[in-house]
Design a protein around this ligand. Structure first.
Ligand code: GEK
Length: 273
C-alpha cells in the first residue's frame, strides 16, 4: 500500500462516517418506551421500532459507529473479486452501505438479509437513494435458512444474539463452509461476563452510557424487560470456542466498549474451498 492508497482509504472512511452521521440525524428520536407500558411482552422489530431504529441503536450500543466504520475498512481489505458479501440481520442496511462504499470490485454482490418485513421495506428504500456499481439484494428471510456461498465477507452485526443459543453453531458452520479461503466473518455482540464484579461494572457503565444519551430510568428498565427473553448474550470465550468449533482458524476480539464488542474470525487462506 502506498501513500495514495492510505490517503484515499482515509478519505473513504471519513466520507462513510459523515454519511452514517447524516443517516442518524435524519431519523426520528426513540421515545417508544418513555411512557409506562401496561403489559410488557417481548421486543420485536416492528414498524414502530423501524421508525426510530437508527437513533435507538446509536444511543443504545456503545461503539456502534466505530464498528460500522471498521466494517467498511475490513471490507476494503477482504472483499475478493467476483465474490458475495453478506449482511445477516441487516436492519436498515447501515453495514450493507458501509460495505458497498468500500468494495474495490464492481463484480461483487452484497446480500442483506432480515426477517422483519418493515425493516426490509425501509432498508430497500434507504439503499435505493445511493448510487453504486455494486449489486445489492435485500432478502426478507430467516438468516438460518439463507444459503451462504462464494462469500468473502460475512457480517453478523448484533444479530447472532437473537438466535437460539443451541442453533448458533449450525449457522456459524454454514458461514464457514460458504466462505472462500481467506474470507472473514465480523461478529459483533452484546457480551456476558462470568466474573460478577466485572459484569456489574460493565453493565453499570452501559447504563451510564444510555443515561448520558438521554434515556430515562423508565425507558431503560422497560427496554431491558422487553429484551430479556429475546437477546441472550454469550461470553467472549463462548463465542471464540464456538467459532473454533465451526472451523475458523484465526479468531480474536478486535473491539470492545463496556459489554459490547466485535470479533473477527478468518478462514485460513490455505483452507479447502
Ligand atoms: C446494523 N446489523 O444496523 N433472521 C433474520 N433477521 C433476524 C433474525 C433472524 N433469525 N433475528 C433477528 N433478526 C444491524 C443491526 S439489529 C440489532 C441488527 C439490534 C434481525 C432483526 O429483525 C433486526 O433487524 C436485526 O436482526 C438485529 O448494523 O437491534 O440490537
Amino acid at each position: 500500500m502506498d501513500n495514495t492508497d492510505l490517503l484515499s482509504g482515509y478519505l473513504l472512511t471519513c466520507a462513510a462516517i459523515s454519511l452514517s452521521v447524516l443517516f442518524w440525524f435524519t431519523t426520528m428520536k426513540d421515545q417508544l418506551f418513555a411512557a409506562p407500558i401496561a403489559q410488557l411482552g417481548d421486543f420485536c422489530f416492528d414498524e414502530k421500532v423501524v421508525e426510530v431504529f437508527p437513533d435507538m441503536i446509536q444511543r443504545s450500543v456503545p461503539g456502534y459507529s466505530n464498528i460500522l466504520s471498521a466494517i467498511g475498512m475490513m471490507t476494503a481489505r477482504f472483499a475478493q473479486p467476483g465474490s458475495n458479501l453478506y449482511d445477516l440481520g441487516c436492519s436498515l442496511g447501515a453495514a450493507t452501505q458501509m460495505m458497498r462504499r468500500n468494495i474495490a470490485h464492481a463484480d461483487c454482490q452484497i446480500i442483506g438479509v432480515d426477517n422483519s418485513a418493515p425493516m426490509v421495506e425501509r432498508c430497500r428504500q434507504h439503499l435505493a437513494t445511493y448510487k453504486s456499481a455494486v449489486a445489492i439484494e435485500i432478502r426478507q428471510a430467516d438468516i438460518q435458512a439463507v444459503e451462504i456461498e462464494n462469500a468473502s465477507v460475512v457480517v453478523l452485526n448484533f444479530t447472532l444474539q437473537f438466535i437460539e443459543p443451541a442453533e448458533r453453531i449450525t449457522l456459524l458452520r454454514r458461514i464457514y463452509a460458504g466462505l472462500r479461503p481467506g474470507g472473514i466473518l465480523i461478529l459483533s455482540e452484546k457480551f456476558r461476563f462470568d466474573d460478577a464484579d466485572v459484569s456489574d461494572l460493565l453493565v453499570e457503565l452501559h447504563l451510564d452510557f444510555k443515561r448520558a444519551n438521554g434515556y430515562s430510568e423508565l425507558e431503560i428498565s422497560q427496554k431491558r424487560t422487553l429484551l430479556e427473553n429475546v437477546l441472550r448474550a454469550d461470553s467472549v470465550d463462548n463465542h471464540k470456542q464456538r467459532l473454533q468449533d465451526a472451523g475458523f482458524e484465526h479468531i480474536d476480539l478486535w473491539f470492545q466498549c463496556f459489554n459490547f464488542g466485535s470479533i473477527v474470525a478468518i478462514k485460513d487462506k490455505g483452507a479447502v474451498a
